[in-house]
Ligand binder design. Structure first.
Ligand code: COA
Length: 386
């Protein structure tokens, strides 16, 4: 396998946008090319992560659409769909193509526009990423699924909802320093207590929002990286794993086995352990998901993630900074773009370009992107240029 490096990264602001789906994707893609000092003509293949543009904005067949909008009409272009993990799965596809020696320069884009449909319809479209026949059809939405996980976790380990509050308050605070974030609003436990219940025990502030946005990355063969403008970030490892879409088939709702598998594969490939990671961008689609992720990734023992969140161990100056970007909770969650957006944040951090949210001395960054309630999980480990 050849080594793979990242020489360009960009994202749009996440949130409700006036831009169309294609305009968002093109803005991010052009940004990544510009960041790398690359010309569109250098791109040999495009991988586009997107969950459901056909239902959100009535446009399928989006990979050649974005390729042609970028003036890349005759390169191979492929859409990748793995629910909310579509972005990281597109990244893995691009990485594998370079590692296999097929291409030297690959553009990876993640994009979604979710705010054009009414919220009830958006909720139904999202629920199609769960097991429709067994669960979604009878009313189990994603807020409902993660509420079941939250109940199971709080009950099993004897916590109150203050551990969920800690995640929401931290991520809203982190997003204040992120110009790409949807929310720039600090919140308190009192705000959370007064906020509407969505799916007990999850309130408004436990949920990621509905968002528009896009993110893009330029991947190259590592030996060609010096031909580009920015210092190369190294792709050290990745792991991907799958699980049942249906929650009722899972023996334990307090862990995502696919995340554990993906993490183990990524750590093994990179030759590092959880202790070596400088920061992590994890898939906090709901506050409970961040706590479970910190355990699945091996940062804390089962049951200890809640206490770690409460004690500030995952804050920007804590033992392992988690979601310095604000996470899905406050940066936003345009589902197909999210995994690429997590990688973009990791790249900014490793290049020392994260401004007021910079983690000093960041050497290794981990991203954790989940599809559905854990049916797909992709973990990647990136390293600062040597
Ligand atoms: N967190 C914090 N604030 C939020 C928010 C969120 N998740 N969602 C909306 N808001 C804010 C809005 O900015 C708005 O604030 P304002 O009154 O100051 O302008 C207010 O809350 C009401 O917004 P609105 O858009 O009417 O909310 P809504 O009730 O239609 O939607 C949710 C709220 C929680 C139902 C929606 O965000 C949601 O479904 N989230 C989950 C998405 C999801 O399942 N993703 C897939 C995960 S696997």
């Amino acid at each position: 396998m050849r080594e793979v490096a990242i020489v360009g990264a960009a994202e749009t602001r996440f949130g409700k946008s006036e831009l169309s789906y294609r305009e968002l994707a093109v803005e991010a893609a052009r940004g990544a090319l510009e960041d790398a000092g690359a010309e569109p003509g250098q791109v040999e293949a495009l991988f586009l992560g997107s969950y459901s543009p056909g239902t959100f904005v009535h446009q399928e067949h989006v990979a050649p659409l974005i390729a042609s909008e970028l003036g890349l009409s005759h390169i191979p272009s492929t859409r990748v769909e793995n629910a909310c993990a579509s972005g990281a799965t597109a990244f893995v596809s691009g990485m594998m193509a370079i590692a296999a020696g097929l291409y030297d320069v690959v553009l990876v884009v993640g994009a979604e526009k979710m705010t054009s449909t009414p919220v009830a319809e958006t909720t139904r479209i999202l629920a199609e990423a769960a097991d429709w026949e067994n669960e979604s059809k009878v009313g189990l939405t994603f807020p409902g699924a993660f509420a079941l996980m939250a109940r199971a976790y709080l009950h099993k380990y004897g916590y109150g909802r203050e551990i969920l509050d800690a995640v929401a308050i931290k991520n809203h605070a982190n997003a204040l320093a992120n110009p790409y974030a949807q929310f720039h609003k600090a919140i308190t436990a009192e705000d959370i207590a007064k906020s509407p219940m969505v799916a007990d025990p999850l309130t408004l502030y436990d949920c990621s929002p509905i968002s528009d946005g896009a993110a893009a990355i330029l991947l190259v063969a590592a030996d060609a990286a010096r031909n580009f403008a920015k210092p190369a970030v190294r792709v050290l490892g990745f792991g991907q794993a799958s699980d049942s879409l249906a929650l009722f088939r899972r023996p334990d709702l307090t862990t995502l086995p696919a995340a554990r598998q993906a993490a183990q594969r990524a750590y093994r490939m990179a030759g590092v352990s959880p202790r070596d990671i400088s920061l992590a961008e994890v898939h906090d689609c709901f506050t409970i998901a961040e706590i479970i992720a910190t355990e699945d990734l091996g940062f804390f023992e089962p049951g200890q993630g809640g206490e770690a969140a409460r004690a500030g161990a995952t804050s920007r100056d804590g033992q392992i900074p988690v979601n310095p970007s604000g996470g899905l909770k406050a940066k936003g969650h345009p589902v197909g773009a999210t995994g690429v957006g997590q990688l973009v944040e990791a790249i900014f951090q490793l290049r020392g370009e994260a401004g007021g949210r910079q983690i000093d001395g960041a050497e290794l960054a981990l991203t954790h992107n989940v599809g559905g309630s854990g049916a797909t999980c992709v973990v990647t480990i990136l390293g600062r240029a040597a």
